[in-house]
Design a protein around this ligand. Structure first.
Ligand code: ZN
Ligand code: FE
Length: 276
């Protein structure tokens, strides 16, 4: 079941213009700019660069109608001003952060409706990586989808730059409680290196071993490993597993501690990963 969605969602199918399509557009070294499109309309999430988006819009004759931002980091907002100027797209973003452009400032419990795509998203506050970080939760072709920026990664999580470990822990728990089939559309292709570290935390987790094997194969064939699913993350992401005895034992061994509290275990896991 692992990575069951990856290939299907990776590339645009011109035969399928009347259906909603989800595409990962590569940017920089390892970013993805997620695009959702239908007919001749498109929205993007976290366009750190404008050019890769312009290229896709041109190639598939799409008009950009909306830009969704999760947080203020340059690799997520760097292309916003240029895209907005040339397309008049509406920019949505977190209310608590300074953004280069934002037409609608959002916070938890807000929801937005993208008219041109007939798509709605609920907003979740997920502070930790940055203090105002938000995520967008909706349905595409009846499949739940989450655009979560740099909060949850496949087999990893974002660094805690502005928030506290407790905030990040709570944000990840909020995400983990979503429907298991939810497609996790995170903003970086970090899956392989995350998994290589995760197997050192949980060497006896067979699902994790299989995921690592499958991910190596996907990467060697040039495929994207995303989106992930909440189900896969619950089984293999150490940052969602700080209540598991194997993870707790591993952390205590690494840090030479005797922690039992889940948030403490999580905080030490994050430190461990920072130093890995
Ligand atoms: Zn970031
Ligand atoms: Fe980032």
């Amino acid at each position: 079941m692992l990575n069951q969605f990856s290939k299907a969602y990776n590339s645009y199918n011109p035969q399928n213009r009347s259906a909603l399509q989800l595409i990962a557009i590569p940017a920089f070294n390892d970013n993805y700019i997620w695009m959702v499109c239908k007919h001749d309309k498109a929205m993007v999430v976290d366009p750190g660069q404008a050019d890769p988006v312009f290229e896709i819009l041109k190639r598939y004759e799409l008009d950009l109608c909306s830009i969704l931002l999760t947080h203020h980091h340059h690799d997520h907002v760097g292309g916003v001003v240029e895209l907005k100027q040339q397309t008049q797209a509406i920019v949505y973003g977190p209310a608590k952060e300074n953004l280069p452009a934002c037409d609608q400032a959002l916070t938890e419990a807000d929801s937005i409706y993208i008219n041109d795509l007939e798509l709605s998203f609920d907003i979740l506050d997920v502070p930790g990586h940055t203090i105002g970080h938000i995520a967008y939760h909706g349905n595409i072709n009846k499949t739940p989808v989450l655009f979560c920026g740099d909060t949850l990664f496949a087999a990893g999580c974002g660094r805690i730059f502005e928030g506290t470990p407790t905030q990040m822990f709570n944000s990840l728990q909020k995400i983990a409680s979503l429907d298991k089939n939810t497609l996790v559309c995170c903003a970086h292709e970090y899956t392989l290196s995350n998994l290589e570290w995760a197997v050192t935390v949980e060497p006896n987790n067979e699902t994790l071993q299989r995921r690592l094997f499958e991910t190596k194969r996907l990467r060697s064939e040039g495929f994207t490993t995303l989106p992930s699913t909440i189900a896969d993350e619950l089984l293999t992401n150490p940052f969602l597993r700080s209540n598991q005895s194997d993870v707790i034992q591993s952390v205590n061994k690494y840090a030479n501690t005797n922690l039992t509290d889940q948030v403490d275990v999580f905080a030490h896991l994050r430190e461990w990963k920072n130093n890995a």
